[in-house]
Write a protein that binds this ligand. Sequence first.
Ligand code: KIV
Length: 263
Amino acid sequence: MTKKMTLSSILKAKGNKPLVMITAYDALFASLFEDSCDMILVGDSLNMSFAGKSDTISATLDQMIYHTNAVCSGAKNSFVICDMPFGTYTNKDAALKNSIKVFQETNADCVKIEGGIDKAGIVKHLTSNAIAVCGHIGLLPQSVRSEGGYKVKGKTNQEALSLIADARAIEEAGAFCMVIEGVKAEVAEEVAKSVDIPVIGIGAGANVDGQVLVFSDMLGLFEAFTPKFVKKYIDGASVVRGAVQNYADEVQTKEFPQEIHTY
Ligand code: KIV
């Protein structure tokens, strides 16, 4: 069994070992990921790959709490991050009230919130009230409707400078690490170099402090669309379809169940 990561071992990893983060939404998958991954993110991406919605916007706090509880039960030895869903941290009071609910109703180790300088005051309010925060800068899935789509960031010098300013503001506010999503690789590298906390990339190139992938993407289970940054480590959808077809065939031909499956 691997040792559970802590805020301090995550911070110490910077510059020493790339951090491995993966999403999970239930106990079963979380238990399978626990030995290989440093951190498990209960991402609001579950609204798409688990609940079948077209974006993350309608995920609710109660749903995030339900799934975080499942993940914490399945991976008791993992550092678990609960994604705060859209609309739950629009001001300091709401952010604190909702994060306290997450901490009191689950065993999550921290919350994750999307935003840079604009959210630094909220991050500071949370961290000064004993809520550990993982930031999330760059492409912000919760802004998909206001931005009119998923837009890669860091394409101009101005955007690069503002990402560095975002990262510094989040660090200054007390976040212990951050996700950087959908950012030109050379800019993400600069962002990672400009702060002392780990910067975990998704679609942000190799030269950051770790990587995160959505598990249903990397296992090839989610077929609706595949972003360029996803590597499918297995064609899970074909494996599952094939196995279920075999089962269906064997039920119909009465090959299953056999003697060994029978009381
Ligand atoms: O919701 C999620 O899974 C995330 C990852 C894309 C980082 O925020």
